[in-house]
Ligand binder design. Structure first.
Ligand code: SF4
Length: 395
């Protein structure tokens, strides 16, 4: 019997109680009827996708959003039950759900456990209530504490806490305070991202102007916050395994590691992205149109912007996603994946960034230096489309 291929499944829930002021994710508030119709359609899609990919076995599931915990516990159980009925799933699969404080109760958590969820990602962003209010979050820090406690009491032993730095008017001291408060709770995993002003959001309108920018921490303060994050978290036993992600040993997020190391992933639900059989595509992004697709007849109207990835595209992606990991990219893994010597194919960008002290090589691996981590986007840009420009050297 042939072995099944590994698959990571992402399930998108596009609903939130209220839109945060900085957010450009595909998410919005919706009434109960819409949420019910969406869940039914999502279940139809899961069943239909399983018939398209029968040779795969799921190793991780990530229920993301939006705010998946804005659905009822029964709805989450129904969605995951559809996955288990339709796909082969590893017995030790990592099954994560994103939750927001203010949307959890003990009964809902019982459903989550019944649904096999073994990892929870809880978004708090800040321990400062004024910052939370400015961000437009629906909760206070005290609400977060209550949700965190509820999760522990319900038996969840793998919790991620999402944090955000570089919030308008934030100081290094208030960021330190947020980190300290969260560290006291000893979550297994912490994600710490800087705020990005996304066009089309109220934050972009307010803070991308010259006057607005004065309210944002400057570049040096932003770097200081990053350095503080790394130092404080490391003192408390967390290691940085990706630019913005820290974990206690053994609690690195398997789903995200798969994404950064070139695993195939299938996204189901509104606008969800996929990378399957060397093709990248995403699902319909209009909710009304998504709800009208006849999943049991023809899935093709669902797939948008299908892009066949060339060998060059895949090799470049392997580099700029892989370099996000602190352990870097291994030349042996590259050879195994593509049959070429990574140091020949990317001789130019590796040499240039090594001279600039942004990359370092410890054979067979190349990885970002501390300076390179601060300037990661600059390094990634050198790998992005570089083979299209130069053809690379594959001798
Ligand atoms: S809860 Fe998350 S997805 Fe929803 S609006 Fe806020 S940031 Fe966006």
């Amino acid at each position: 019997m042939s072995e099944k291929r590994k698959l990571e499944l992402y399930i998108h829930i596009p609903f939130c109680v209220r839109k945060c002021r900085y957010c450009d994710f595909l998410s919005a508030p919706a009434d109960e009827t819409t949420r019910r119709a969406y869940v039914n359609q999502l279940i139809e899609e899961i069943r239909a996708q399983a018939t398209v990919y029968p040779d795969y076995q799921i190793s991780t599931i990530f229920v993301g959003g939006g705010t998946p915990s804005s659905l009822t516990g029964q709805q989450i159980l129904n969605i995951l039950s559809a996955v288990y009925e339709s796909f082969a799933v590893d017995s030790d699969a990592e099954i994560t759900i994103e939750c927001n404080p203010g949307t959890l109760d003990t009964e809902k958590l019982e459903y989550f456990r019944e649904a096999g969820i073994n990892r929870v990602s809880l978004g708090v962003q800040s321990a400062d209530n004024e910052e939370l209010q400015l961000l437009g979050r629906i909760h206070t820090y005290e609400d977060f504490l209550q949700s965190y406690q509820m999760l522990r009491e319900a038996g969840f032993r793998n919790i991620n806490v999402d944090l955000m730095s570089a919030i308008p008017h934030q100081t290094v001291e208030s960021w330190r305070n947020t980190l300290r408060k969260v560290l006291m709770l000893k979550p297994e995993h912490i994600s710490a991202y800087s705020l990005i002003l996304e066009p089309g959001t109220p934050f972009y309108e307010e803070y991308s102007t010259k006057e607005g920018q004065a309210a944002l921490p400057d570049e040096d303060t932003d770097r200081e916050m990053y350095a503080l994050t790394k130092a404080l978290l490391s003192q408390h036993g967390y290691h940085r395994y990706e630019i913005s992600n820290y974990a206690r040993p053994g609690f690195e997020c398997r789903h995200n590691i798969g994404y950064w190391t070139g695993a195939e992933y299938l996204g189901v639900g509104l606008g969800a992205s996929s990378m399957m059989v060397n093709h990248r595509f995403h699902s319909e992004t209009d909710l009304q149109k998504y709800l009208e697709v006849r999943m049991h007849e023809d899935l093709t109207p669902l797939f948008q912007d299908v892009e066949a990835l060339s060998l060059e595209d895949r090799m470049e992606e392997f580099m700029y996603l892989g370099l996000r990991m602190t352990e870097g990219v291994s030349g042996s893994d590259f050879m195994h994946a593509f049959g070429f010597n990574m140091f020949d194919v990317f001789a130019g960008p590796i040499r240039k960034n090594t001279v600039l002290k942004l990359l370092e090589t410890k054979l067979p691996t190349v990885r970002l230096t501390d300076k390179g981590t601060d300037l990661a986007n600059r390094v990634f840009a050198d790998f992005y489309h570089c083979l299209r420009r130069t053809g690379g050297n594959r001798s």
